[in-house]
Design a protein around this ligand. Structure first.
Ligand code: FAD
Ligand code: SIN
Length: 524
């Protein structure tokens, strides 16, 4: 089937939905989602969204905290623009119907604090902020007559001049995007979606690693598509590991224990119940995430243990049950009463700071292609993202990209080359019955990345990962060239591409900075 719209949005998380709601007054919008539209990292976000809402805080302080967490390599112009826009974007979320908790009188937002923040500035909805944001935005998008949401449609590749038979390399100056090819996961048919503007909002790539807080859909599809289309990517060595995921080995994804708990008074402890963060940073349990994750990793290695503890008891019983109901219920369901017991925790891959390189308008290096949310790299996070700046970045860049896309569609004569774009060619392919090849390779990949390209790296570990990955890459490309494309095979190829890019960028970074830490390098 062939479809043609004004605005094509790949992804129905906070970034995709925010963009769609803004452009919908200016043309027909189609949102593709590879699974259920609700599924993505957004709905799992716990802590909240950072913004300066009152005079007790200041833009300068939030800017300073972001720059410090980013370890000196954030783009200052981006940081200033994002943080100054935050209050407007928060007010819009509220207008769309998103509810944030308010204080006792109900006239001010109740604000939390998280690691690396010098002030209480995290707007939240209990400990399930993301679920509330996803609900509010999705309901608003479903009500809009110009927005169509298509679930179980898996975008495979961006359509460029390459598909018109022209040679496209990373040096081709004017690569153009005409839309995407997408697999209908129910019929296994590959459809052609053509659009005047395309936005990638495909989220993160946590599933490159064996332990991650991100949902199974986070397989770096947008980044891999742009890589194949020869677009510009950046900063992928900066994978953020969240210090405190619940230690419950059989569970995937790993359940998050929000940093807001540490902001409220919870303390990290070793297996003997002793505090240890004083050995690593004067900010103790509330130091930025890269420092805390490395400290936990080190303590686990020294003691040979698989997990440490977060002691949430200082928060007090009532505040724990009322303020953190999701975590309280989850832990109780596996026999841990957080009002009495310490919580077993370990770090988990959580957030990709790098991604598809975009400018201040959210425009990528490929014409008519924008990116927003976790799949993009704006320069806000530098070497390490400050907690709760990710939802903020997503709404700010969805807004900027929407403004630029509206202007582009109003002013340009760009046509999608409709008649020249061929349909996907699956001739000669056979349906691959051997799912075990895909699941086994995925597991291997995730273990390689966890063991050699994790929180602490070295030249030898990166070399070893690269060699192992090469073999996996060749085997998978061979399978791809013979098989009818399926969602698991496509995801595996994307994960391999992302792993390759992380290793390549990690090897090129010759200084320890932010989240990139190698035993063989000097500190930045
Ligand atoms: P997502 O919400 O991940 O959505 C991605 C969308 O893309 C999905 O709809 C998916 O179906 C679609 N998609 C992907 N690939 C394809 C494809 N090939 N074809 C079609 N569709 C596709 N950040 C904060 O700022 N504050 C927090 O408190 C916070 N807590 C977090 C807690 C957890 C457990 C996790 C995992 C992350 C948390 N983060 C937090 C990070 C933040 O939630 C994410 O970075 C953000 O939600 C990403 O939004 P997004 O719109 O970019 O992507
Ligand atoms: C958390 O709630 O700890 C996650 C916040 C974030 O990832 O920004």
């Amino acid at each position: 089937m062939r479809y043609e719209v004004d605005f094509l949005v790949v992804g129905s998380g906070i970034a995709g939905l925010s963009f769609a709601l803004k452009v919908a007054a200016h043309g027909r919008v189609c949102i593709l989602s590879k699974g259920d539209a609700r599924e993505g990292s957004t709905r799992y976000a716990q802590g909240g969204i950072a913004a300066v809402m009152y005079d007790s805080d200041s833009f300068d302080k939030h800017i300073h905290d972001t720059l410090v967490a980013g370890d000196g390599i954030c783009d200052r112009q981006v940081v200033e623009m994002t943080i100054r826009q935050a209050p407007d974007r928060i007010r819009e979320l509220v207008q769309y119907g998103v509810g944030f908790d308010r204080d006792g009188q109900g006239d001010r937002f109740d604000l939390h604090r998280e690691g690396g923040h010098s002030e209480f500035r995290i707007l939240h909805h209990k400990d399930n902020t993301g679920e509330e944001i996803e609900r509010g935005l999705l309901e608003a998008a479903r009500r809009h007559p110009n927005i169509e949401i298509k679930e179980r449609q898996f975008a495979i590749d961006i359509i460029t001049q390459h598909h018109l038979g022209q040679r496209v390399t990373k040096h081709t100056p004017d690569i153009e995007c005409y839309g995407v090819y997408a697999l209908d996961c129910d019929t296994n048919r590959i459809d052609t979606y053509l659009a005047r503007v395309t936005l990638l909002a495909t989220g993160g790539m946590g599933n490159v690693y064996s332990t991650t807080t991100t949902p199974v859909i986070s397989t770096g599809d947008g980044v891999a598509m742009v890589h194949r289309a020869r677009g510009v990517l950046s900063d992928l060595e900066f994978m953020q590991f969240h210090p405190t995921s619940l230690y419950n080995p059989a569970e995937k994804p790993a359940f998050l224990i929000t940093e807001a708990m540490r902001g409220a008074g919870a303390v990290l402890k070793d297996r003997d119940g002793k505090e240890f963060m004083q050995k690593y940073d004067p900010r103790l349990s509330l130091a930025p995430r890269d420092i805390v994750a490395r400290a936990i990793d080190n303590e686990m290695k020294i003691s040979g243990r698989d997990y440490l503890y977060l002691d949430a008891r200082p928060i007090g019983k009532q505040q724990l049950i009322e303020g953190f109901p999701t975590i309280y219920a989850k832990c109780l369901s596996i026999g841990i009463d957080i009002t009495r017991d310490m919580i077993p925790i370990r770090p988990a891959a959580h957030y990709q700071c790098g991604g598809i390189k975009v400018d201040l308008r959210g425009a990528t290096s490929i014409h008519h292609l924008y990116a927003a949310g976790e799949c993009s790299c704006t320069g806000l996070h530098g070497g390490n993202r400050l907690a709760s700046n990710s939802l903020l970045e997503a709404v700010v860049y969805a807004h900027n990209a929407a403004m630029a896309a509206i202007e582009e569609t109003q002013n340009s004569q760009f046509k999608t080359q409709n008649s020249q774009v061929p349909d996907w060619n699956a001739e000669g392919m056979v349906l691959n019955e051997e799912m075990i090849l895909i699941t086994q390779t995925k597991r291997e990949l995730q273990e390689i990345m966890w063991n050699y390209v994790g929180i602490v790296r070295s030249d030898l570990r990166l070399q070893r990962a690269f060699d192992r990955l090469n073999l996996i890459f060749r085997e998978t490309e061979d399978l791809y060239n013979r098989s009818v494309l399926t969602e698991p095979l496509s995801e595996l190829r994307n994960l391999i591409a992302c792993a390759y890019l992380i290793i390549k960028m990690a090897r090129a970074r010759r200084q320890n900075v932010g989240l990139h830490y190698s035993l063989d390098l000097l500190q930045h």
